[in-house]
Design a protein. Structure first.
Length: 303
């Protein structure tokens, strides 16, 4: 059934293409006018008092139409354009062209990638050429979440501030790129009453230096010490083993407003950094890791 349907559409395309080519050629031939019998002859069309003269197209212009039609025929012979079964005499396809371009790029750049892959990330972060390559890969692959400058978006971390959920060492950064990360903050809404939720919001804000209701914050501390310390620690400074953020530095993944803190506590959050090991390969991931490592360390050295 499917083969018959495909064959029908193949012939539908072929017939339309042939009719259009032959029709255009016939139209040019039948409407050509070598020379008018009377140079003042008109077509009979009059608009706003202006008559349309029946003058032929210039020969060079008419010949361009013929050349275009001839080019169309040659193109359709060389390349696929007459249904899915006809591949063209050149046997060209998008997939083959892509594979060829990838292979050409690999032959050109892979030796350089391999050279940089043998250099430690900390050292590579000082190499301007390597950082330039890493940045280009980053912009093509990572900008959708982290922004082209690496400063992140709501829900996606800023990579320039040296505040890391899973650790900011060279090895930890590369591990995150290659293998991905998944961070889960469970929702505590069903476990907390309104006073406990508000108190916890106040206490978390207090940890970051916000002005809060001290009495409510004290209630929140009691909840924190029984529910939240496992991931965030007794001091609220987080735990990179779980990807639990530091709550004392006033750096927020989802904004530090009371409304957003309450939403996070009540509903929870799930953050996923997809693995890019298979997409980039080890050598490119190494360059991206060096670039990301340079972002926070460069900013740190400028302070």
């Amino acid at each position: 059934m499917n083969e018959n349907v495909n064959e029908f559409w193949d012939w539908w395309i072929i017939v339309l293409v042939v009719i259009n080519l032959v029709g255009c050629l016939a139209l040019l031939y039948w409407t050509r006018k070598v020379k008018a019998e009377d140079e003042n002859e008109t077509t009979g069309h009059i608009y706003d008092g202006i008559e349309e003269y029946n003058n032929p197209l210039p020969h060079w212009w008419l010949n361009l139409f013929y050349i275009t039609l001839a080019f169309s025929v040659v193109y359709l012979v060389l390349y696929p354009g007459m249904g899915t079964d006809y591949k063209g005499t050149l046997d060209w396809s998008q997939e083959k062209q892509h594979e060829q371009e990838v292979q050409t790029a690999k032959e050109k750049y892979q030796p350089l990638f391999d050279k940089y892959a043998a250099i430690p990330i900390e050292q590579l972060a000082q190499n301007k050429d390597a950082i330039g390559m890493g940045k280009r890969i980053f912009v093509n692959t990572c900008f959708g979440c982290h922004g082209s400058d690496g400063r992140g978006n709501p829900g996606y971390p800023d990579l320039t501030d040296n505040d890391w959920l899973w650790g900011g060492s060279a090895e930890e950064i590369k591990f995150s790129i290659v293998n991905g990360r998944t961070g889960v903050m469970p929702g505590f809404g069903p476990m907390l009453n309104a006073d406990q939720l508000d108190g916890l919001v106040q206490y978390v804000g207090q940890l970051s230096g916000h002005k809060v209701d001290a009495n409510a914050a004290e209630t929140g501390k009691q909840v924190f010490d029984t529910q939240c310390f496992v991931c965030h620690g007794n001091d609220g400074k987080g735990n990179k083993m779980f990807g639990a953020p530091n709550l004392t530095d006033d750096i927020w993944l989802y904004s530090g407003s009371s409304t957003n803190i309450a939403k996070t506590i009540k509903e929870g959050r799930t953050g996923v950094m997809p693995a890019h090991g298979e997409i980039l390969g080890d050598a490119k991931a190494h360059l991206v890791a060096a670039y990301v490592y340079s972002l926070s360390n460069q900013n740190e050295s400028d302070q």
